[in-house]
Every structure is written in structure tokens, then in C-alpha cells.
Design a binder for this molecule. Structure first.
Ligand code: ATP
Ligand code: MG
Length: 878
């Protein structure tokens, strides 16, 4: 069975058991403050488990793209070194929301593995939770009982596991429960006879591995650590698709399955290094193969490599692959991007987002590769330079601080630095490095400190009705609240039965405003979404949580935001019309001040195009097109109508469509009633943010008018200064060319003056023990002349030391030069000398051994400073 058939077999099996088959949710998360990436199938159902949302259907099966490279699940360091952990992998799952429980979950898992996939029963093991006295939870005998009915052999294949392996928790708080893992023993028969499989369960044996975890969610963990029974019990299962493939295809490594084989073959062909020959090159081949998938899927989901948060995580994965390629596969030029077509070939049918964005993914990976290979080169040169310095200082330990800089700035993991050092017989101060790492961790911990209490429920109601499309104020009641401490500040999260406040999402900023019950008024400083929960942020708590409040949105801000949001739609439509249908939204930000729109496009947008775009958007504004909003349109119909859906966005089955004539978008945001309200649209900047991704920032309405007026007033100022408003660019161009001419003339005059001064100085040199020495104050008004003289003398004289001083403006300047032949013979440093003379002019200075400069506030001290230099030179040359 190939991998695509296997995926289908899983869906078919659970569809026959009345499960609805869902598409994978995006791997990059947008509305979850606790998580950057989906790391398990259950993430997208969190609200259901938490009781914030009702499930649309009670049985679901799906495959979920997961990424385990940060936070609670971080497998990054394993990947490549073992054969069964990936950064990105697919997790197959079946779900029961308050429907079936342990019996069916276990029986069906068994049936699928043994009857559909024909995995031999004597290779399978199951684990159950052994119980925990401290938590007062008993052994999961119920699960054990169902397993007993599955296994027909007499040998005990049901093992007990501790809280670590067999009790699953969503986080510090929230839904949790015991779980049963299914393990498979893939060793040869001989080996299995000598060492029974049950001794190897959960022991990191590459051929005795966990493939499926069945979680039985029956408790809720509260903030004080206690457990309470959930009213509804759920099943959450997760099976590693790549591992299952290995089992079904009779392989001993995930990388030997059809999912990875053609990728590995292609890398071998590109690099000339075959798989299966050497341990270190095999690891590198696996790393590149694995990471390519993770990066490509992240980009397809809208997460571009960058310097912070999720983007940085992605960048580091890619850099790890580049580094392995560079170190072990001898790839000094970009090569990973060339594998994208093969990946699209293998997975593009099941994940259309990959196919659709192939060009983008390729371009971004290539650009990242080029940039990092460049940095890698710089880092290596830096290490070389530091090693040379250490050797001249007769030291053999590389400072931890430098290793940290390499890690932090150049993405050099310490083991790579160590490797290079080892080749040069230099040690590393590991303790110093760890110390720096610890400091950094502490810094980021302080940034991220966030504490929260359990929700206090004040009214029994699930979810919040959003009334903000029709109204900006409403009568509301508090249903729950909690206290949050964020970077030392106490804030409250309030949830209401209904609300006119729009919560930040889809790029649109959250509403601000207040709630009041006549007696007190509480400001709402922001409105955010946590999964699907609408949370109002305040600095204080309502005094009477039970009473009715009026919630009032700041209308000015809301309406300014709406103008920008609608303008974003008009811009999106216009961009596709003018630049082409390859334009896809890659991110947007809309608030009451401006809008920002990122989109795929491979060229800079010309000034003419910008003009045309602005013109068309403003035309649509003047046409005063009324908004047409259709709530709850089935997704298929919306797409048929031509609405644009975004990759990496999670949509429900029924969607909201916002129309302004030809502009049709799936959108949950708030908009103007008709486009005329926007008034004016003006693009402020156009730039590139990544390979093939452009950014436009624009303003509307009063902000646009202000922007235009600011520009015009600069123009007015300029024409006042020029005393003419005719042909301003021509006048300025003429002025610039005049300045250039003048500069050239000054340069010539300065050279002439320097020649005269140089000759004068040379004629007055004295001799100190065989060398020529000149120390003089000269009349000049330009520091450039000092430098010029020093350079001229340096380039055509030997055995000479020069010290000159000048009084320029109200400042004192010193310049010193020592000719190269003297430096070679004598350990003497112009920078050091001038800095000890600079105190006489009340200043400081420094420079190189052959040339240095100083400045100070006391020109009276120049003769004394020159005298000091003479003394030092005399002492050095006795
Ligand atoms: P392991 O102990 O092998 O790391 P786990 O306990 O972390 O597994 P779960 O969190 O229970 O795994 O995830 C469910 C299933 O997902 C596992 O049974 C396994 O088949 C698969 N899985 C987990 N992590 C990975 C990974 N990094 N790469 C591929 N598959 C994985
Ligand atoms: Mg794990």
C-alpha cells in the first residue's frame, strides 16, 4: 500500500463508522496565545474540549499537519539522528466529542490495524495507565479490559505505564485523562525470540516504537492542580502517519517509505552522496529531507522565515538543514530549493496549498539559503580570525561569549563552533557559553511571564454572540472572567453573553471602548480572540458581575478601522486586476490609522503601476459601491461565486462573504456601508519583505488627507526656500550639480594647500637618532587637509614620524603618522601615543599603529601636546 492509499484507507475506515472526514487545519496557528504551531491533532478542537464551543458533529476523523520544534513537544534535535521522529509529520486521528468512549476507540483501533492493514497481532503491544495515588486516580482497568478482548494470544501484551507516558494533559490546566498507546515491534523474528518486545517498550528502540495514542479525556485540571470530572467524555487519538507507513510497507525506517524515498534519491543525485553508506552523511540526508517538508508546509500556511517568533523557528529549521548540507554533503551553494518540485509531486494532491504556492516556496527557500550560506561563510571567517588572534596571544581557549555571539547572530550551534575549533586544536569555554545562554533564557522568560487564574464562571453560557456587525453598543452580561498578570501588570479578561466588540482577527485590530452599568465605567483596552473565545481586556473588574452592563465600542476608531479594512479589499481586487491573478494575500494589518497588505508578486511595483492602482481604488471609492454581506454561505457556493479564500486560514463550513461589486472576499471583519465613506486612498510605501512577497502600506480618509497635506507643505517650504515655485526639481538638480562642481574645486584647492604645507613641514624636520621627526602646528581650517598631508607624507617618505596640530573653529585637532618601515622595526603605535597626548587638548583620540587622530576642546594645549609626542618619540628612540 503506498502512502496515499494508506491515508485513504484510514479515512474510509472511519467514514464507515459514521465519522465526518475533515481537512487538516493549518499548521501555523493564529489565535492561540499558548502555541505557535499545531503540535497535535487536538489543537483545532481545543474549544470543544474546553466547553467553549459545541461540536458541529460528534465524530470526526482527519489527518493533521503537526510541527514539533518548540515548547512542550520539541523533537528537533532527534530529527535525522533517529529514523522515526520528524519535525513536521501527519497525525491521523479519530475523535469523539461526548459520544463513544474507551470501548469503541480501542476496538476500532484494533480492527483497523489488524483486519484492514493486516499488521500481525504478535507484533502489537498496548499500554494502559497504571494509576496514581497522589492524584487519587485508579488504574485504567476499563481500557485494560477492552484490550484483553482484542489480543487472542495468552502472552501478556498489555503493559502498564506511568503518568509520564500514559496520562495526557493539554497544558498546565484544562482537559486531560489517561491514555493507551499502541506500540509495534518491527525487529526480525530471531531477535524477537531472544529478547521479548515488551522489555523494549518506551525505551527508544528504533524498531519498537509507538504508533498510536488513544487519549480518553475525562478530567479537567484546575489552576490549583486539582482534577475534576468532565461532564462529557471525549476521545482524542493520534497516529503517526509516517510511522504507520513504515510498518505497513515493511520498512525499518520512516525514510525508507515512499513518502521520503524520491526526495532522498534526488538529494543523492544532486550531491553525489548515496544513502546508506555512512552514518554522518545519512543523518544529513535525513535532516534535509525532513526539514524541506516542514519549511515548505509552513510557507504554504503563510509563515515566512523571519527574525522573530514563529518565523524565527522556521528560519532555524531551514538553517539546520543548510548547515548539515554544508558540513556533510559539501553543498556550498543553495540546493534545497531544488527539491520543492519533488515534494509537490508526492504530497501536492493531498495538500493543494503546496501545489498552488510552489513558485513562492521555491523562491523563499532559495533566498534564505543564499543569505545563510553567506552568513555561514562570514561566521567561519570570524572563527578563523579569532583563532589567529588567540594563537598570537598564546591562548588556546575560545571565549564562551564569542561562541554565544556566533550562535545568536550567525545561527552557529555550539557543536558546529566546537567542530571547527577542534580542527584547529583550540578548546572552547563551554561554561562561559552556557552562562550566556542562561542569561538569554532569563531575558526571554521575563518578556514572556504571564500568569493566569482559572476562569470564574458567573453565568452558565457557552460562547459569545457577536452583535457588532449591526450595532456598536449592546446590553450585555458577564459570563466569566479571570485575572492575568502580564509582565507585572494586572489585567482582567472578561467574557460576555453577547458583545458588539470585534476581537482582533483576520488582520483587523480589536475594538476598544467601555462597559458601564450607570454606576461604574470600565475601559476595554483591547478585544482579543483565544481560539474562538472573545475576550475583553480591562484593567479592573466589574463591581457587580451579576448585573446588566451596556457595552459601548469606540465608534470613531471602529469607523476608521472599517474604512481601512474595506480599502484593503479594494486594493486586493485591484492588485489582482493590474498585476495578475498570481497575487495572493500573505498577511494584512488593519487598524484605525493605516492598513498594511502583504502579497505574492515577484517584481518591484513600478511607479506607474502604483499610480494606476491608486487611481482604480479611488475610482471604486467614488462609485460609492454599497457593501453586500452574505452571512452563512456554504463554502462551496462562496468559492463558486468567485470569493477568494486564503491558504493557512481556518474556515468553517459556512462562511461570510463581503462584496463590493467585483471585489468578493471571505471575511469576518467590519466594513463601511458604502465605499464613498472611505473618501481617499493613498499608498504610502511599497517594499519587499521576502523573496516574492511585497508589502503595501496605505492610509485612507483623514489620514490620507493629512498625508497628502504634509507632503504638500514640504513642497511649499522648498519653493519658499528656492524663492520660486516653478520647475522645482529642475532648480534642485541645478543646485546639486553646482555643489558637486564646488566640491571638486575645493578638493583641488585643498590638495594644492596640502602640497605647500607638506613641503614646508618636510623642510623643518629634525632628527632623532636616525629618524626624521616633525611636530608642528599648522594654519588650516579643514581636518581633511591634516589627513591629506599625513597620507601624502606616508606614501612617499621613509623613516619619518609626523605630528601636526591645528586650531579649527574652537576645537583642537592632532594628527599623527608613523611611516611603515618604522612600524615594522619598532613596536610603536600612533594610536596609543596620540591618546596620551590628547589630554593636553582636553580630548581623546586613537587609531592605527601608522595613523591616528585626536580632537579636543582646548586649542591652547596644542604646543604642549606636540611636545609630549616629541618626548615619547625621543624615549622610544634612545
Ligand atoms: P514518542 O514518544 O515516540 O516521541 P509521543 O509520545 O511524543 O511519541 P504522541 O504525542 O502521543 O507521541 O503523538 C501521537 C503519535 O504521533 C505517536 O504515537 C507517534 O506515532 C506520532 N509522533 C509523535 N511525535 C512524532 C514525531 N516527532 N514524528 C513523527 N511522528 C510522531
Ligand atoms: Mg515525543
Amino acid at each position: 500500500m503506498n502512502s496515499n492509499e494508506l491515508r485513504t484507507a484510514f479515512f474510509d475506515f472511519f467514514a464507515a463508522k459514521e465519522h465526518t472526514i475533515l481537512k487538516s487545519a493549518p499548521m501555523v496557528l493564529k489565535n492561540d496565545p499558548t502555541l505557535m504551531f499545531t503540535n497535535a491533532g487536538m489543537n483545532q478542537f481545543k474549544d470543544i474540549f474546553l466547553g467553549n464551543e459545541k461540536p458541529v458533529t460528534k465524530r470526526i476523523a482527519n489527518t493533521q499537519k503537526c510541527l514539533r520544534v518548540s515548547g512542550k513537544h520539541n523533537d528537533l534535535e532527534e530529527v535525522g539522528h533517529d529514523t522515526y521522529h520528524h519535525t513536521m509529520f501527519e497525525m491521523l486521528g479519530n475523535w469523539s466529542f461526548g459520544d463513544y468512549f474507551k470501548k469503541e476507540a480501542i476496538e476500532w483501533a484494533w480492527e483497523f490495524l489488524t483486519s484492514v492493514l493486516n499488521i500481525p497481532e504478535d507484533r502489537i503491544y498496548a499500554t494502559v495507565f497504571e494509576g496514581n495515588d497522589y492524584e487519587k486516580i485508579k488504574r485504567d482497568s476499563e481500557a485494560a479490559g477492552y484490550w484483553k478482548k482484542c489480543f487472542k494470544t495468552s502472552e501478556n501484551r498489555i503493559l502498564e505505564g506511568s503518568k509520564k507516558d500514559n496520562f495526557w494533559e493539554m497544558g498546565d490546566t484544562g482537559p486531560c485523562g489517561p491514555c493507551s498507546e499502541i506500540h509495534v515491534d518491527l525487529r526480525d523474528n530471531d531477535e524477537r525470540k531472544t529478547l521479548p518486545g515488551h522489555t523494549l517498550i518506551n525505551k527508544n528502540h528504533p524498531l519498537v516504537i509507538e504508533i498510536w495514542n488513544l487519549v480518553f479525556i475525562q478530567y479537567n485540571r484546575k489552576a490549583d492542580g486539582s482534577l475534576e470530572q468532565l461532564p462529557e467524555k471525549h476521545v482524542d487519538t493520534g497516529m503517526g502517519f509516517e510511522r504507520l507507513c513504515m510498518v505497513v510497507q515493511g520498512k525499518k525506517s520512516n525514510y525508507d517509505t515512499d513518502i521520503f524515498q524520491s526526495l532522498i534519491n534526488e538529494i543523492s543525485a544532486l550531491t553525489g552522496i548515496s544513502y546508506g553508506e555512512r552514518e554522518d552523511t545519512d543523518i544529513a540526508l535525513r535532516v534535509v529531507t525532513d526539514h524541506l517538508r516542514a519549511i515548505s508546509f509552513s510557507i504554504a500556511d503563510g509563515q515566512i522565515p523571519s527574525n522573530n517568533k514563529a518565523g524565527y523557528v522556521i528560519r532555524r529549521i531551514l538553517r539546520r538543514a543548510i548547515r548539515y548540507g554544508y558540513n556533510y554533503l559539501q553543498q556550498e551553494d543553495p540546493f534545497i530549493y531544488r527539491l520543492v518540485p519533488i515534494l509537490v509531486n508526492i504530497m501536492g494532491d493531498s495538500f493543494p496549498e503546496l501545489k498552488a504556492q510552489q513558485k513562492q516556496i521555491t523562491a523563499i527557500i532559495r533566498q534564505e539559503e543564499m543569505a545563510f550560506l553567506n552568513t555561514l561563510g562570514k561566521g567561519i571567517r570570524l572563527i578563523d580570525k579569532r583563532i589567529a588572534e588567540l594563537k598570537t596571544e598564546n591562548k588556546d581557549t575560545f571565549p564562551g561569549k564569542d561562541a554565544f555571539t556566533l550562535y545568536d547572530t550567525y545561527g552557529f550551534p555550539v557543536d558546529l563552533t566546537q567542530l571547527i575549533l577542534k580542527e584547529n586544536a583550540v578548546k572552547i569555554d563551554l561554561a562561559g557559553f552556557e552562562e550566556e545562554m542562561k542569561k538569554q533564557k532569563q531575558r526571554s522568560k521575563v518578556d514572556a511571564t504571564k500568569e493566569s487564574t482559572d476562569w470564574t464562571i458567573t453565568m452558565d453560557q457557552q460562547g459569545t454572540e457577536f452583535t457588532g456587525y449591526e450595532k456598536t453598543s449592546d446590553k450585555i452580561r458577564l459570563t466569566r472572567y479571570r485575572k492575568i498578570i502580564l509582565k507585572g501588570e494586572v489585567l482582567y479578561h472578561l467574557v460576555f453573553d453577547k458583545t458588539p466588540f470585534y476581537a482582533e482577527s483576520g488582520g483587523q485590530a480589536g475594538d476598544k471602548g467601555y462597559i458601564t452599568n450607570g454606576e461604574e465605567k470600565i475601559d476595554i483596552i483591547d478585544t482579543i480572540k483565544e481560539n474562538n473565545l472573545i475576550i475583553h481586556v480591562s484593567k479592573s473588574l466589574p463591581q457587580s458581575p451579576e448585573s446588566h452592563y451596556e457595552a459601548v465600542v469606540d465608534e470613531m476608531k471602529r469607523s476608521a478601522t472599517a474604512k481601512n479594512h474595506t480599502a484593503t479589499h479594494l486594493l486586493h481586487y485591484t492588485l489582482r486586476k493590474i498585476l495578475g491573478s498570481h497575487v495572493e494575500q500573505k498577511g494584512s494589518l488593519v487598524n484605525d490609522e493605516k492598513m498594511r497588505f502583504d502579497f505574492s508578486h515577484f517584481k518591484k511595483i513600478t511607479d506607474e503601476e502604483i499610480n494606476l492602482i491608486e487611481k482604480l481604488v479611488n475610482e471604486m471609492i467614488r462609485r460609492n459601491i454599497p457593501a453586500r454581506v452574505i452571512d452563512e454561505l456554504p463554502m462551496d457556493e462562496a468559492l463558486d461565486k468567485g470569493a477568494i479564500a486564503l491558504f493557512g486560514e481556518r474556515y468553517d463550513n459556512k462562511v461570510r462573504v463581503v462584496e463590493f461589486d467585483e471585489s468578493l472576499e471571505l471575511c469576518g471583519g467590519t466594513h463601511v456601508e458604502s465605499t464613498g465613506q472611505i473618501g481617499l486612498f493613498k499608498i504610502v510605501t511599497e517594499s519587499a519583505i521576502a523573496a516574492g512577497i511585497r508589502r503595501i502600506e496605505a492610509v485612507t480618509s483623514e489620514h490620507a488627507l493629512d498625508y497628502v497635506n504634509r507632503k504638500l507643505s514640504i513642497l511649499d517650504e522648498v519653493s519658499n526656500m528656492l524663492a520660486s515655485s516653478k520647475n522645482i526639481p529642475g532648480t534642485i538638480a541645478r543646485l546639486i550639480s553646482q555643489i558637486n562642481d564646488l566640491n571638486k574645486r575645493i578638493e583641488k584647492l585643498e590638495t594644492n594647500a596640502s602640497v605647500i604645507l607638506r613641503d614646508e613641514l618636510l623642510s623643518k624636520s629634525e632628527e632623532i637618532n636616525g629618524i626624521k621627526f616633525i611636530a608642528r602646528q599648522i594654519p588650516t581650517d579643514s581636518v581633511d587637509i591634516l589627513k591629506k598631508i599625513a597620507q601624502m607624507i606616508r606614501s612617499s617618505n621613509k623613516g619619518i614620524i609626523l605630528a601636526i596640530g591645528a586650531h579649527i573653529g574652537d576645537k583642537a585637532h592632532l594628527m599623527m603618522m608613523i611611516s611603515d618601515d618604522i612600524i615594522k622595526l619598532k613596536k610603536i603605535h600612533a594610536g596609543d601615543i596620540i591618546s596620551s597626548a590628547a589630554k593636553y587638548i582636553k580630548g581623546g583620540g586613537g587609531g592605527q599603529p601608522f595613523m591616528a587622530i585626536a580632537g579636543g576642546s582646548d586649542p591652547e594645549g596644542i604646543p604642549r601636546a606636540l611636545e609630549k609626542i616629541r618626548e615619547i618619540i625621543k624615549e622610544s628612540f634612545i
